[in-house]
Design a protein around this ligand. Structure first.
Ligand SMILES: Nc1nc2c(ncn2[C@@H]2O[C@H](COP(=O)(O)OP(=O)(O)OP(=O)(O)O)[C@@H](O)[C@H]2O)c(=O)[nH]1
Length: 463
């Protein structure tokens, strides 16, 4: 059950239904087929509709640009899967990221060795999908590349395949699906692009109430929901199927070799195309496995609930950071954070609200720290931040920002969460345990002062 405020209930009751627009041609993420919405976003929309108890009605569009225009003009209430970009922020507001997919550069096999990264495309042509995030990113970041706008990923792949343009940028899942379905065997994935898809829900910027409601519903998506939707539209069973068909095709290839004795020219052509087809299948399987691998790696290194690094993985980062420290000493500071009176929040509001506070707290840390800092869930309601090139004084400023931010981000229906923070700067000859213990003692002192405050190791030792 979602913790909606009375105002949010009234908002939904007055709307009666929510309208949405999708990309008409972006499988497996989403598409419109014979007027019906299909793809992963369809399943997410159904989840939203069930948990908010309101019908979601598709407003069909024929091109992606039109989908964006409809949101801008308020002709639909939301787009369920949208990357955030500077240009889109002029008319849309975005939820947290809830689905990611790498983006890749695809080239012809014959250009495999000459185009290995974006920098090899200087003076060459690159197909981008009209209105997609990559069009905006690459237009701004790589003016030296001649961009060719195309209507869809498939149109871009066909033009690369025919030699009309040199490369195309697209989402890994969509690109591998098209290459496989259209049998574009002369294409090859050259590299990952720096920016992949980070998909969020988007509403018209004049509608922040709706965004707050949708965010509550997204928070409720479970890991099982995500993996069920992913496997609905990206069936992993392909590996087993491919094995059988490979066996069958190898048999056929042997038969063709016998026929070679009679029809040398025709048969060799067929064998060649068969091998190319198998090669493509292997590439597709390889791409699927690499997605699964990334997914599993993420599960092994990140905390399931908050998405932060887990304890095992932060310890590995710290080990590397200490090796770096020994080469070039720099101020390196550890912050240990613990939510205050969390047991009584759980007791009073229930475990689900407790979980939601942990997630919001984690998102706050990620927002506040620098890109070079590492944040992790240490366990339960305890978190740590390792901040490089930061001394105790700067870490105290960071801690203050966290306290302040917590005051402002409380969601409707949830209590204000506070935390206590202990800080210790790394010292030569410390091992991690000694360093952690010093920060933990400072945290204990902060708790003794009643919580909602920061104590540095220096203050702690004065007392
Ligand atoms: N909802 C939720 N609660 C958790 C999770 N992990 C740990 N907890 C709870 O966090 C609470 C921690 O309680 P305590 O260690 O007594 O700490 P506290 O109530 O925050 O008290 P102080 O730290 O002294 O302010 C326990 O009730 C745990 O069950 C989690 O993943 N979700």
């Amino acid at each position: 059950m979602l913790a909606l405020t009375p105002a949010q209930h009234a908002y939904l009751a007055s709307k009666k239904q929510l309208t949405y627009c999708v990309d008409p041609n972006w499988m497996p993420f989403e598409a419109i087929k014979n007027g019906v919405h299909i793809g992963m976003s369809k399943d997410y929309v159904e989840l939203l509709s069930t948990s908010l108890e309101i019908p979601f009605v598709l407003v069909p569009t024929s091109r992606w640009r039109q989908t964006l225009d409809y949101l801008d003009q308020g002709r639909c209430d939301l787009i369920p899967m949208l990357n955030r970009t500077e240009e889109r922020e002029a008319y849309a507001k975005f939820s947290e990221v809830y689905l990611t997919d790498p983006n890749v550069l695809v080239v012809r096999n014959s250009q495999m060795s000459s185009i290995k990264s974006l920098s090899d495309l200087r003076g060459k042509s690159l197909a981008v999908i009209d209105g997609y995030m990559q069009e905006e990113n690459l237009r701004n970041a790589h003016p030296e590349i001649a961009l060719v706008r195309v209507a869809s990923e498939l149109a871009g792949l066909m033009r690369v395949s025919s030699g009309d343009v040199d490369a195309v940028a697209g989402s890994l899942l969509a690109v591998t699906r098209h290459i496989q379905n259209a049998g574009l065997s002369n294409l090859h994935i050259a590299t990952d692009l720096p920016q992949g898809d980070e998909l969020r829900l988007a509403v018209n910027k004049n509608n922040p109430e709706l965004l707050a409601i949708l965010e509550l519903a997204i928070d409720n998506f479970s890991y099982q929901d995500h993996s069920r939707i992913y496997s609905n539209w990206n069936p992993i069973g392909i590996t087993a199927k491919t094995d059988y068909s490979l066996t069958w095709k190898v048999g056929l290839a042997l038969l063709l070799i016998l026929l070679l004795l009679f029809e040398r020219y025709r048969t060799s052509k067929k064998t060649n195309s068969l091998l190319l087809e198998k090669n493509m299948e292997l590439k597709a399987v390889h791409a699927q496995l690499s997605i699964q691998h990334k997914h599993l790696l993420h599960l092994a290194t990140h905390d399931n609930l908050t998405g932060l690094l887990n304890r095992k993985s932060i310890l590995e980062h710290i080990e590397k950071e200490l090796i770096r420290w020994r080469r070039q000493e720099f101020p390196l500071t550890l912050l240990v954070l613990d939510l205050d009176k969390f047991k009584s929040i759980n007791d009073q509001y229930g475990h689900n609200i407790g979980d939601s506070i942990l997630k919001t707290f984690a998102a706050t840390l990620i927002n506040v720290v620098r890109e070079t800092d590492f944040c992790a869930r240490w366990g339960g309601e305890e978190f740590i931040i390792v901040s490089s090139n930061t001394d105790t004084a700067s870490a105290s400023i960071l801690a203050e920002r966290i306290h302040k931010k917590l005051e402002t981000i409380t969601k409707p229906g949830t209590p204000v969460a506070h935390c206590s923070i202990g800080i210790a700067q790394y010292r030569q000859a410390d091992d991690f345990e000694q360093w952690f213990e010093r920060a933990d003692k400072a945290l204990y002192r902060a708790k003794m002062r009643g919580g909602k405050c920061t104590v540095t190791e220096a203050e702690n030792s004065k007392e």
